[in-house]
Design a protein around this ligand. Structure first.
Ligand SMILES: [Zn+2]
Length: 246
């Protein structure tokens, strides 16, 4: 008989598998793992609900070449997020990056806690876009491609960030002496906010902080450029959102 094991985690990806099954990717404390869920297409089987994106499950599974869910319990349905299309879209943006970059993140436990904390904020906030922005900016650190804020990326000197500019292709701040020779993707004030997003601890993020971030809409555009340039990543979810908002 196959061994039955316990796990807890959040469904961040799903796809159909064979005729009546699904495969789900579950983000747990130490891993992102694929599980087969059987019978999702069968009427009355009741397993379809375990395959929904953004659902926190406690479950048992049978180990094998493909792990198979044997039974599950929904710990959190995140209905506050799912009932608000805008919030759900930003959750999708976060999950898209998690799926794409998870294998490149060395601090697995940190990303699990980080994701959980951000989903708790997303439930209650009026600024879902800024919650996704926090994820995107801090993920750069976990991927080892952090922007440089402390010194000029061109000459190496330290300077007051307010007097410099941010250039995504250069990977950080350009000082007041060098800035004439570079494109300013963000001015000094915007760069200061980007740095604040980068360094502010999640426990210190509240509506007031998010409101401040929301006043600088250019930052999220520049962060998208940063992902394109340094990680060759373009969000498909954001592309769809833009098409729908035209
Ligand atoms: Zn310089």
């Amino acid at each position: 008989m196959k061994e039955i094991l316990k796990q807890t985690g959040i469904v961040i990806h799903n796809q159909k598998y064979k005729d009546t099954s699904s495969l789900i990717s579950v983000l747990s404390k130490n891993e992102l793992m694929t599980y087969q869920v059987k019978g999702v297409e069968k009427a009355g089987s009741g397993t379809l609900k375990f395959t929904q994106l953004l659902t926190k499950l406690s479950f048992n599974y049978a180990n094998g070449s493909l792990r198979t869910l044997t039974d599950a319990y929904i710990d959190d349905n995140y209905s506050d997020i799912k009932l608000d299309l805008n919030k759900y879209n930003y959750a999708l943006i976060i999950m898209e990056k998690l799926n794409n970059f998870y294998s490149a993140i060395s601090e697995k436990e940190l990303i699990y806690d980080f994701f959980n904390e951000l989903m708790e904020i997303l439930k209650i906030t009026n600024y879902p876009k800024e919650v996704a922005l926090i994820f995107e900016v801090k993920l750069l650190y976990l991927l080892g491609v952090s922007p440089i804020f402390k010194t000029c990326v061109n000459c190496g000197r330290t300077f007051d960030i307010k007097n410099g500019v941010f250039n995504y292709a250069q990977g950080g701040m350009i000082c007041d002496n060098c800035k004439r020779r570079f494109v300013a993707n963000l001015n000094g004030e915007e760069s200061t906010i980007l740095k604040k997003i980068y360094v502010t601890k999640i426990k210190d993020v509240d509506e007031e902080v998010l409101l401040e971030y929301s006043k600088y809409s250019k930052i999220s555009e520049v962060v998208d450029e940063y992902y394109r340039f340094h990680l060759e990543f373009d969000s498909k979810v954001k592309k769809v959102m833009k098409e729908l908002n035209k």
